[in-house]
Unconditional design. Structure first.
Length: 204
């Protein structure tokens, strides 16, 4: 019989394997290409994260286990709600790396322990998804846990004792150029106000 740790690893492996199947050798998977029936066992732990600002992601779709962690409906909530306030700046760094590099990011998670707070640890996996012009605007992610959550929501910290996985993805030359241009536009100071029409054909 699998231990909880082995089962958690298998859940993340299933999700990442599917992500690799969807992408080409030098492209990112598209959000609309995801077929939930292909990752049925991982769905309760999974979510789709939408980039709404540098380093800030909002949960567009969330599995039941994610809702259980928050003790409420997670859809529409920022991912940072699952983390201690003191950890949210660090989290932003890794969320932005997922979108901007782009990269697969995997973090080990821990929680505060006490008399009424038993051991409760987890892992967070983020994998970028292509939006307009191939630029990552969403991510496929999952959180798996081990231990007892208890009767209240638990907030995670990033376990600094475990190495962070930060695996940059290979992109096609034009897609990489678009991504670099996008990053440059975010950093360039604005000289004067401008109006720009943005059409997003990748909405859920």
């Amino acid at each position: 019989m699998d231990t909880p740790h082995q089962s958690n690893n298998e859940t993340l492996k299933v999700l990442e394997t599917y992500w690799h199947e969807l992408r080409g050798p030098q492209t990112l998977p598209e959000r609309r290409a995801i077929d939930p029936t292909r990752i049925d066992a991982a769905l309760p732990f999974s979510f789709i994260l939408e980039r709404v600002a540098p380093g800030v992601g909002r949960l567009r779709v969330s599995g039941q286990k994610i809702n259980d962690l928050l003790m409420m409906e997670a859809r529409g909530m920022p991912l940072s709600m699952l983390f201690e306030p003191s950890e949210r700046d660090r989290l932003q760094t890794y969320v932005e790396a997922c979108f901007a590099d782009p990269a697969i990011v995997e973090l080990s998670l821990t929680t505060q322990r006490g008399l009424s707070r038993p051991k409760f640890i987890g892992r967070l996996l983020l994998m970028p998804l292509a939006g307009v012009n191939g630029i990552p605007t969403r991510a496929l992610g999952a959180i798996v846990t081990e231990g007892i959550q208890g009767r209240s929501a638990r907030r995670f910290s990033i376990d600094g004792a475990v190495p962070i996985r930060h695996e940059k993805t290979n992109m096609a030359p034009m897609q990489a150029f678009d991504q670099a241009l996008y990053a440059g536009e975010r950093k360039r100071p604005t000289q004067r106000p401008a109006l720009r029409l943005v059409v997003d054909n990748d909405r859920d």
